[in-house]
Design a protein around this ligand. Structure first.
Ligand SMILES: Cc1cc2nc3c(=O)[nH]c(=O)nc-3n(C[C@H](O)[C@H](O)[C@H](O)COP(=O)(O)OP(=O)(O)OC[C@H]3O[C@@H](n4cnc5c(N)ncnc54)[C@H](O)[C@@H]3O)c2cc1C
Length: 469
């Protein structure tokens, strides 16, 4: 049976992502030109560049640890309060400037960028800024803006991609709550002072802000990953940890809804993270192909190599356009779930493709660690680190298939509800129309092939979005 969809979803006023699933393209207003930073931000960018040039990202990767001095210097520049409101000590930067800074940091170290985004776009600081009441904001945001790091603890061994199944409990205690449970893969767990915890209260999933120094809160162990090393990720143990009622965010039972909204918004910062990494990979690949000569001519002139470099330029250009749109959606507040998922899907896939292409174009050197390259006396390029880091982007904050399936379900729902967006001209318009026609056909079909094809259509929708902006 066709699900109930409101009038919006029946064709009028569709969000940019939904418009694509229903056979159209985002409206012109959604295609934002990149903005230029104001002079204060330009100064900050110059100081940040100087600071990042001193960061040894290979050492961070090798030791799986960010030296506290690095974080302290970035904190002094304001990097941990870029996105937080001015009224509470934040810089209150425009989203385009925030994204600019994230892209710069990501080009140097994706792990470092994730510490920054976990704090202010996903963790307790983001949660309090977006959903906290005035008293909680006044109590915590100035401290978070001053560098007290924050985190989000949602995932658990059994709940994983569906945090609503969280087994961590919150039971009533005098003046507040006591939390018990074990949270996995908490980024910033090592070093965070404030942790947003999703727990099951009698009235349903609820979010609390826990002070990491509270009795009963501990980081049980560090989690080590293929890439994104240095993240300070860990297992958080809660044993009767007390949290006052004042540190509950939203009403009892509202945790899942708030978390979904927070994730939808935070996910947009994957775009500048992917952009930074893709630019670095593209630049290193081009520099190498221009310098490497065979029979008197640069490899960059070989048609196949030139085609690869052109593709890398196209990925950067599409990510730049997507980044401008993502910043605009974020600035306007309340980004739609479809475009947030599509933007994240595209960005993570683009970064993965760029890292893979850079590794390929660097040849054996691409597969070789930086330490090994240096030991042979060559200038080192961390292509293999970029590949490991980029793979992580396809898992964090909504894994590829989870997002694909969310998009696919939305496409099938829109098809069943008869939603049709106005047809757009040109090759891209035809691709969007074909996409919606396939969703309509799949909505009538049955069998295993439906889900498999629907997942592929989600990727096509993500490409159409990025190419339409
Ligand atoms: C580097 C890193 C940092 C992280 N940081 C944090 C953090 O700060 N806080 C936090 O709470 N968590 C964090 N996570 C956890 C991350 O968000 C989880 O990977 C996520 O919650 C998924 O849980 P899971 O791995 O148990 O997946 P599972 O639930 O076991 O799912 C496994 C796979 O099955 C597929 N799948 C599952 N459900 C669906 C579905 N409905 N439709 C389609 N496919 C599906 C997907 O491919 C998914 O990747 C981090 C993970 C990593 C790797």
């Amino acid at each position: 049976m066709a699900p109930m969809l409101d009038k919006k979803a029946r064709g009028r006023g569709l969000s940019p992502g939904d418009a694509i699933l229903a056979g159209g393209l985002p409206r012109r207003a959604e295609r934002r030109a990149p903005t230029t930073p104001v002079s204060g931000v330009r100064r900050l960018l110059a100081r940040l560049d100087a600071e990042l040039a001193r960061v040894d990202a290979d050492k961070i990767d090798r030791e799986d640890r960010i030296p506290p001095a690095v974080l302290a210097r970035l904190e002094r520049l304001g990097v941990l309060r870029l996105n937080l409101p001015r009224a509470y000590g934040g810089l209150g930067l425009d989203r385009a400037d925030y994204h600019r800074i994230l892209a710069r940091i990501s080009a140097r170290s994706l792990a470092l960028a994730m510490i920054v985004t976990t704090h202010q776009s996903l963790g307790a600081a983001a949660l309090v800024a977006a959903f906290g009441g005035p008293e909680l904001k006044a109590e915590l945001l100035p401290r978070m803006a001053a560098g007290e790091l924050s985190a989000l603890a949602a995932s658990e061994a059994l709940s994983g991609a569906d945090p609503t199944l969280a087994a961590t409990t919150a039971r009533r205690a005098r003046g507040g709550w006591r939390l018990d449970g074990r949270k996995l893969w908490v980024s910033n767990a090592v070093g965070a002072r404030w942790i947003a915890v999703l727990a099951r209260a009698p009235g349903g999933a609820t979010l609390f802000i826990i002070d990491a120094r509270t009795r009963g809160v501990s980081v049980e162990r560090r989690c080590r990953f293929l890439g994104l090393r240095g993240l300070g990720n860990g297992v958080l143990r809660l044993r009767g940890a007390f949290v006052s009622d004042a540190r509950r965010v939203g009403a009892e039972g509202e945790g899942a809804r708030i978390l979904l909204a927070l994730l939808g918004e935070g996910r947009l910062t994957v775009v500048p993270r992917a952009l930074g990494l893709t630019r670095a990979a593209r630049d290193a690949a081009r520099a190498w192909m221009l310098s490497r000569r065979r029979r008197g001519r640069a490899l960059a002139q070989e048609p196949a190599v030139a085609a690869r470099l052109k593709r890398l330029d196209a990925l950067v250009a599409r990510l730049e356009a997507l980044d401008a749109a993502a910043a605009a959606w974020s600035r306007a507040g309340g980004v739609g779930r479809t475009e947030s998922a599509l933007a994240k899907l595209y960005a993570a896939a683009a970064a993965w493709e760029a890292a893979d292409a850079a590794l390929q174009l660097r040849g054996a050197r691409g597969y070789e660690t930086v330490d090994s390259q240096r030991a042979r006396g060559e200038a080192a390029v961390p292509a293999e680190r970029w590949l490991r880091d980029a793979r992580g982007l396809r898992l964090v904050e909504g894994s590829d298939d989870l997002l694909r399936w969310a998009v696919a379900r939305r496409g099938l729902d829109l098809a069943r509800a008869g939603a049709r967006a106005p047809r757009a001209a040109g090759a891209l318009g035809r691709r969007a129309a074909a996409l919606a026609a396939e969703f309509r056909a799949l909505a009538r079909a049955r069998g295993d092939a439906v889900a498999a094809r629907a997942l592929e259509l989600a990727d096509e929708a993500a490409r159409i979005l990025a190419e339409s902006l």
